[in-house]
Design a binder for this molecule. Sequence first.
Ligand SMILES: [Zn+2]
Ligand SMILES: [Zn+2]
Length: 249
Amino acid sequence: MLGFGKELTDYWQSFIRLIYPANCVLCRIPLRLEETYLCVTCTQKIEPLKAPTCVRCARPMAPFGRQRSTCNSCRSDRPYYDRGFALLSYQEPVSTLFHQIKFQNKVWLLRIFLDCIQRHPNSYEFKNYEMIIPVPLDSRRARERGFNQALIIAKMLKRTDKKNTPPIVPLLRKVKKTLPQSQLRREERLNNLAGAFTIRKQRGIRGKQILLVDDIFTTGSTINECTKVLKEAGADRVDFFTIARSHLS
Ligand SMILES: [Zn+2]
Ligand SMILES: [Zn+2]
């Protein structure tokens, strides 16, 4: 019976593909029946972030050996967050995919990363957290884009383990429009983000263990600023999860 059901599904899928041929969103070659959005070749170009990584900021590092497990940058200028997890390396083709998602509003492409989350399980444990907080967009950007990719990623995490994931609580609010951090110098970055985030319900944060979720870790300053605001409101621990992490910072 099951086999029959699968054949029927395959039949319908090939029928639909015949009427609506689909192409790889990156290289444009026609997709095979079992491929969604990306062809096998482009999928293989997606690089998981290579271990070992700095336990605090998830930066890929040389094998630890006698070294410590935090990178030089975290030791000289300790960030507010306690621990970081990232799945993929922020380089081609992941950067182009995110560009299409965010600037061409192709929200459905986030689905590609759900497959990545399922294929490359991370070492965080949901039971360590009491809530997941997505990094917010300012209201104008949220209106223009129509979705917050960080919230969708938080929901994708929840789908991987419904039983153990803590609730998604959007307690952070972005009250100031900011420039992309990667285009600014260090001092400008701090000014750019100062006062950008506030908390909806201060009482909800005190003593909590929080997993902060965003799409990409580039300079890390957005995640650090969100963590600072959460810690000032009394959060006990803030770790972060991002789909991709840049090697440059
Ligand atoms: Zn392709
Ligand atoms: Zn580090």
